[in-house]
Each structure stands twice: as C-alpha cells, then as structure tokens.
Design a protein. Structure first.
Length: 61
C-alpha cells in the first residue's frame, strides 16, 4: 500500500527496504486504487494468500 507508488518502487529498487532488498529489481505489474485504506489492506492480504498468489501467477503469464 502506498499513496506515492512511484516513490515506493524507487525505494525498493534502491535497497532502502530491508525485506525486499534481496529481490531487486522490482517491476510494477498491477496497480489498483481503493476508496479506503481498509479496502487496500484487505486486497493486499488477498494477494499474499495462496489464492492471490495463483491469481498473480496467471496475470504474469
């Protein structure tokens, strides 16, 4: 989740985030907008679930 997606991608690719540093470079493959932070958080949880990971695999084919 981010209000400035471009800035967040740059930080990930510069190694400023410890948890994503070892997996660089990052490429944006999906962008969604939500009305509330709660909706965004729920969608992020879905993407990190097993079903969500399968959805992303299909999207990347």
């Amino acid at each position: 989740m981010s209000q400035d997606l471009g800035k967040r991608i740059v930080k990930h690719n510069n190694g400023e985030n410890k948890s994503t540093k070892g997996f660089r470079p990052w490429n944006l493959v999906l962008q969604r907008s939500f009305e509330t932070r709660l909706e965004a958080r729920d969608y992020e949880r879905f993407l990190k679930s097993g079903v969500g990971r399968e959805f992303l695999k299909d999207l990347l084919k």
